[in-house]
Design a protein around this ligand. Structure first.
Ligand code: MN
Length: 394
């Protein structure tokens, strides 16, 4: 009798139409998710957990729903894989776009787990593995929910834990809090786009394992570009299912390169090393001229030589180096260490912005931030575009 069950775990697929203005990036996100599922299939995994943010937005366009979501579902069926999905903060629509999908292990496809306990069983005679989860909520709502939540072998969870972020923010809970109860043996989490793993003892001295698999395609430049999916091996010890092994399986996504260019020599080296068809992040000193033009033509030249490059066009993300004060402001904002942007900018604008800097456009950055609500990324993109003085980001 087989007493092990291998369960795949992914999160943060962020299926979308485009990224950085490129439609081809929309296709990449679907391909990233499929790439993860294929790697899991190769390892013999037929049950996959997706811990939130399958879709990038609560309001996906028809292209995402009709093409990507239904393609993904068909792909899962063809693979004989069932993917259990919970809602993340990005796709926490009510009802969720997947809520009508209640596929089964026999058909394969997508099963939307709506705050219930799912029982998965593939070995006759043994009890099933129980999986519960809840759609995204803030930290306090999670704490309240935990009091009355059902017990299960695996909890699917979508929120930051302070342990993985490295500091205690307002809307986070800790792994210790999750382990205050004996209800769960594994917390299969999503939301943070990097791989993370930790264990904690529960009150009755059992081990609770917490893990983030990371995203399935690069959402932000700062996240790891080598993507992996988790395989949770659950073993039946005669009376219950326990986690026996946690393995990471790598899978292919669009290649990522990063360059820092402060001299002509570094530009020459980067032109030699740049690979066509990837995403290339470039931080450059504004004193070095034609950085983008030179890199782009180097990549295009190589792309012509390597005809048939499956990732198509090279995508450049150009970011000029910032002055110390500019950097301090942006780091504070990106680090999320401000309660309210408006409050924060009011407080620091005079501290960080000299009159000269205001004239150089930082006042407009400030205004953009004040108007932006909480979507810092969009603001920073605009800022970088503006900084490039009308140069188009390709
Ligand atoms: Mn999220």
């Amino acid at each position: 009798m087989n007493k092990n069950i291998h369960i795949g775990h992914i999160a943060d697929c962020h299926l979308c139409n485009r990224q950085y203005g490129h439609e081809s990036r929309g296709a990449d996100f679907l391909r990233g998710a499929m790439s993860a599922l294929s790697a899991l299939k190769k390892s013999g995994v037929s049950l996959v957990l997706c811990s939130g943010d399958l879709l990038d937005t609560v309001n996906p366009g028809s292209k995402v729903c009709i093409t990507q979501l239904s393609n993904l579902r068909e792909f899962l069926k063809a693979n004989g894989q069932l993917m259990i999905v919970v809602a993340g903060n990005h796709d926490n629509a009510s009802p969720h776009w997947c809520s009508a999908m209640k596929d089964t292990p026999e058909t394969g496809g997508i099963y939307y787990l709506d705050d219930e306990v799912y029982v998965y069983s593939e070995t006759g005679g043994l009890p099933g593995i129980t999986i519960t989860g809840r759609s995204y909520a803030d930290a306090d709502a999670y704490r309240e929910w935990m009091e009355t939540a059902p017990a299960a072998d695996i909890l699917m969870y979508h929120l930051e834990v302070a342990d993985a972020v490295g500091y205690a923010g307002e809307n986070m809970i800790t792994i210790e809090e999750l382990a205050k109860t004996d209800k769960w043996k594994v917390v299969a989490a999503g939301h943070i786009h990097k791989q993370f793993y930790a264990t904690c003892k529960t009150p009755s001295n059992r081990v609770m394992t917490f893990t983030y698999p990371g995203s399935t395609e690069l959402c932000e430049g700062g996240e790891p570009s080598d993507k992996t999916a988790n395989i949770l091996t659950m073993a039946y010890n005669g009376s219950e299912w326990v986690l026996d092994d946690l393995e990471r399986v790598p899978f292919e996504t669009r290649p990522v390169q990063k360059f820092k260019i402060t001299t002509e020599e570094e530009l020459t080296e980067a032109c030699r090393d740049v690979e066509p068809g990837g995403i290339v992040f470039v931080v450059f000193d504004r004193a070095v001229t034609s950085v983008h033009t030179m890199l782009k033509s180097a990549a295009d030249r190589k792309a012509t030589i390597e005809a048939g490059n499956k990732w198509c066009r090279t995508i450049f993300r150009m970011q000029p180096m910032l002055s110390t004060s500019e950097r301090e402001v942006l780091e504070k904002i990106q680090g999320g260490r401000c309660v309210s942007l408006r409050e924060y900018m009011n407080e620091v604008s005079s501290e960080y912005f000299s009159e000269e800097e205001s004239q150089r456009g930082l006042t407009s950055l400030c205004m953009l931030l004040l108007d932006s609500g909480t979507d810092h990324r969009a603001v920073l993109d605009e800022f970088v575009t503006e900084r490039l003085d009308g140069k188009i980001l390709i």
